[in-house]
Design a protein around this ligand. Structure first.
Ligand code: AOF
Ligand code: ZN
Length: 375
């Protein structure tokens, strides 16, 4: 008799619905900048088990927020229901009224949250509003999963820099290319499409000037239907050497190109690049190299949350040495490069300490693994 739902069952149910809310939130990843893509489910149990009566995801462009959409779908049924939110509901009057207040007004009885919101306008205030109204609040359900999914937003808020993902394709003999050969294929078509999807969800893609000169890459999203989602392209180019005839500069009118150049780089070169549509970011140098922390702070101030570093080996090593890599995404091709190979700065068996394996996959003949570091 009495309560038929044990604490264990309840926790299991909470994890199950939070996992569903996290999957829902993925729908708009990369489309809500500078807001994170949040998921909300409103769930009601009238004695026959829990039923979803409202679902919401942060709208494209960042507003309305997920909670507003889910509450609208639930309508009057929200009274007495449980809300699963992947991020602490907001407490501030921004361009939309606070979601915490909306949950209170709708008569929600219980709120289950995953990640806390580091935004100083929210940070604990969202949960406090709910508790003050008598709502039962459970925090940190699948918090690590939520943090990994919203890492870009969370790292930008907490560290004032974008999340840095180092993406490399490694051959079976541990190489990322061949000296003087330009772009050499390491992975197949399916893996390449996956890379383009990753690009579409990033705010910017970065390479060093060495790679820009050797490979002449375009760094755009070339997936049918997603061409318009190419993020900004960035080249670490201390001396402003990016050639006017490069694919990057020739496409700069269509998809933004930024270079990080030293303040003392040739003013004429900079002016020529700027008139071709390239944005030149004057960046401090340190021991003859672009100062990455300052540069990344600049990018975060422009609202960038997710930066994908695509090479080459020196640039990858520079980010790794400065401990500015948050996520490592490695594609493993099945064939060797052989003679003249450029060694990868890391490999499956040499992942820097502090990283944990987040997932593995296969794309055609290639395999893939992803690691993340706590922040
Ligand atoms: C929520 N639900 O779906 C999202 C939230 O500019 P604003 O007014 O949209 O506020 C941006 C802040 O809102 C952002 O920094 C983060 O704290 C929160 N995002 N909050 O309740 C949502 N996307
Ligand atoms: Zn909100």
């Amino acid at each position: 008799a009495g309560s038929t739902v044990s604490q264990d069952e309840r926790e299991e149910t909470d994890r199950r619905f939070m996992a569903a809310a996290l999957r829902l939130s993925k729908k708009h990843s990369g489309l809500t900048s500078t807001n994170p893509s949040v998921g909300t489910l409103i769930v009601r149990d009238d004695g026959n088990g829990p039923v979803i009566i409202g679902r919401g995801v942060t709208a494209i462009g960042g507003r309305p927020h997920a909670e507003a959409e889910a509450l609208a779908e639930a309508g009057a049924l929200a009274r007495g229901a449980t809300a699963y939110v992947t991020l602490e509901p907001c407490a501030h009057h921004g361009r939309t009224p606070p979601c915490a207040n909306a949950l209170v007004s709708a008569g929600i009885a219980r709120v289950v949250g995953a990640a806390s919101d580091p935004d100083p306008r929210v940070s604990g205030n969202g949960y406090a509003i709910l508790r003050a109204a008598g709502i039962e609040v459970v925090e940190r359900v699948l918090a690590d999963e939520a943090a990994a999914q919203m890492a870009g937003y969370l790292i930008r808020s907490l560290k004032k820099r974008p999340q840095v993902t180092l993406k490399l394709a490694v051959s079976s003999d541990g190489m990322i290319g061949r000296l003087g050969a330009g772009q050499v294929p390491i992975t197949g078509a399916v893996a390449r499409r996956q890379v383009h999807l990753m690009r579409a969800e990033a705010d910017a893609i970065l390479v060093g000037i060495g790679t820009a000169l050797a490979d002449d890459p375009e760094l755009t999203v070339r997936l049918p239907g997603l061409e318009a989602r190419s993020p900004a392209r960035i080249v670490i180019d201390r001396h402003a050497r990016l050639p006017l005839g490069s694919k990057l500069v020739r496409t700069a009118q269509r998809v933004p190109v930024l270079i990080a150049a030293a303040p003392e780089a040739d003013p004429e070169r900079k002016a020529t690049l700027e008139s071709a549509g390239v944005k030149v970011l004057a960046t401090e140098t340190y021991e003859g190299r672009v100062a990455l922390p300052e540069f990344l702070e600049d990018l975060a101030a422009q609202g960038m949350s997710n930066l994908m570093v695509e090479g080459g080996a020196d640039t990858a090593r520079y980010f790794l040495d400065e401990e500015l890599v948050d996520r490592i995404a490695l594609f493993f091709g099945p064939r060797p490069i052989g003679e003249g190979g450029i060694a990868a700065p890391l490999d499956r068996d040499h992942i820097p300490p502090g990283f944990r394996l987040l997932g593995e996959a296969h794309f055609g003949d290639d395999s893939y693994a992803e690691w993340i570091r706590d922040f």
